[in-house]
Design a protein around this ligand. Structure first.
Ligand code: SAM
Length: 147
């Protein structure tokens, strides 16, 4: 994934606009209050201690910094959206559980919203035959701001 990200963003890296670092989400190698925005995509279901990771993300966010995390909705379990052999190894969270993870990590205003993603999938060039995976009301996201 790091290699793919470096290839996809080669221009921004060459221009010094982007740096890609590999690290454990439980120990992010940046000081407190560094970032204005943080996002985590397709990782939540893999985490043994999601509250610890969200708290670590909160640590590196500056006051007022925003968080957007793709949820790990149980609904697509076993479908192409969360296929085996991964599905039986992932952790899934319903809407209330997802919001509680954010609150327990210290985000007092944590909320969960569903966002349609089909248009975004088109814009980034997802092949037409795979667009059905992104159709409909879209997945849940955990949204919050560090006070
Ligand atoms: C399904 S991939 C998603 C990658 C990318 N975010 C994306 O959306 O294309 C899941 C990624 O989470 C990473 N991951 C899982 N647990 C992690 C942890 N504790 N700390 C850092 N990365 C982790 C895996 O190494 C893998 O690259």
């Amino acid at each position: 994934m790091v290699r793919v990200a470096r290839e996809a963003n080669a221009e921004a890296i060459a221009e010094g606009r982007l740096e890609i670092r590999q690290a454990s989400a439980e120990a992010i190698p940046f000081p407190d209050d560094t970032f204005t925005c943080a996002t985590m995509h397709a990782v939540l279901g893999f985490l043994a201690d999601p509250v610890a990771v969200l708290a670590e993300i909160r640590r590196v966010l500056a006051p007022g910094g925003r968080l957007m995390v793709l949820g790990s909705d149980p609904e697509p379990r076993g479908t192409p959206g969360a296929p085996e052999p991964m599905a039986s190894r992932l952790r899934f969270y319903g809407t209330d559980e997802l919001r509680k993870l954010g609150r327990r990590a210290g985000f007092a205003d944590a909320r969960v919203e569903r966002r349609a993603v089909e248009q975004a999938a088109r814009e980034v060039g997802v092949p037409a035959e795979d667009l059905a995976l992104f159709a409909g009301p879209g997945p849940e996201f955990l949204l919050a701001r560090k006070a």
